[in-house]
Design a binder for this molecule. Structure first.
Ligand code: CP
Length: 314
């Protein structure tokens, strides 16, 4: 790819295969910086990065903050509980106020699935989606694919199985778009009440039988049961969910020998994955978190160093 042209990173849906590969190549070189004694390069010196989390986060928030700092950006962290949002200031008014500081990048996690495009009208800054409602979590899919590429040496033409709470998952949607860009065949699997009809339109296979679906998978992405987004009871009991959709040693024995097991975190052990598999699967899941830092450095570098044209804001 010659030049990065995307001002915002709102979803994997908007990224070409070339653009995703550009992120991978940069991330691979940024990983080395974290091994140095002085873990810093001047790429974003003089740039202001706002880390705006309207929803809780551990991995995404801390890795974006660290990524911006390792690139020498000036980072301001913002969370709902300590902001005037707690005094009912609207998100648009919040963005308009923060825009007066002339930030270069706004990293935003938000509960609504439709707000980020709207928010681009109120700022000159690049917006990077850190997870928007049930829509997308682009940097999670980028770090997932980057991790698969690191382990297997390639990310092309894979059978990818995504298991669990598909309905509420932005991680599922971003990974579907991402792996499909590289010729992947994606199957989603979970209780029928947690797989909405619209997923049929995304070109994925739907399965309700984890035992069968795991047999062909090269990559299995286990999803978190998102109790905070569930407004009704989608399965009778946790016991039943565990019986049918948890990754257990018995199920894992049905999989290919070199299957890659991932989870975006946070994990509910003994609900999504049996804790007896911890030693076997946790190291790679932690590798995903480690790679999140390098991938987010790459994303911030790409949007933060491109030539900027002033646009009208509302
Ligand atoms: N995977 C992920 O988005 O984790 P956090 O909610 O901790 O950021």
């Amino acid at each position: 790819m010659e030049q990065w042209t995307k001002k915002h990173i709102l979803g994997i849906k908007d990224l070409s295969r070339d653009e995703i590969e550009t992120v991978f190549n940069l991330a691979a070189s940024f990983k080395e910086i974290s091994q140095r004694e002085v873990k810093k390069v001047p790429a974003l010196r003089g740039k202001t990065v706002l880390n705006l989390f309207f929803e809780n986060s551990t991995r995404t928030r801390t890795s974006f903050e660290l990524a911006a700092k390792r690139l020498s950006g000036d980072v301001v962290n913002f969370s709902v509980s300590t902001s005037s949002l707690a005094k009912e200031e609207s998100i648009i008014d919040t963005i308009k106020n923060l825009e007066t500081y002339h930030p270069d990048i706004m990293i935003i996690r938000i509960e609504s699935s439709t707000s980020l495009h709207t928010l681009t009208k109120y700022t000159q800054a690049s917006i990077v989606n850190a997870g928007d409602g049930r829509n997308e979590h682009p940097t999670q899919a980028l770090l997932d694919m980057f991790t698969v590429k690191e382990v297997r040496g390639n990310v092309e033409n894979l059978n990818v199985l995504i298991v669990g709470d598909i309905m509420h998952s932005r991680v599922a949607r971003s990974n579907i778009f991402g792996f499909q860009r590289f010729g992947g065949k994606v199957t989603v699997c979970g209780p029928s009440t947690l797989i909405p009809y619209e997923f049929q339109n995304l070109g994925v296979k739907i399965s309700y039988d984890f035992d069968k679906a795991i047999e062909d998978a090269d990559v299995v992405i286990m999803l978190r049961i998102q109790k905070e987004r569930q407004t009704s009871c989608f399965f009778p009991t946790m016991r039943e969910y565990l019986d049918r959709f948890a990754l257990t040693p018995e199920r894992l024995r049905r999989a290919k020998k070199d299957v890659i097991i991932m989870h975006p975190g946070p994990i509910n052990w003994d609900i999504e994955i049996s804790s007896s598999l911890k030693e076997q699967v946790h190291p790679l899941i932690l590798k995903q978190a480690e790679n999140g830092l390098a991938v987010r450095m790459a994303v911030l570098y790409l949007v933060g160093t491109q030539k900027r044209e002033l646009v009208e804001v509302e």
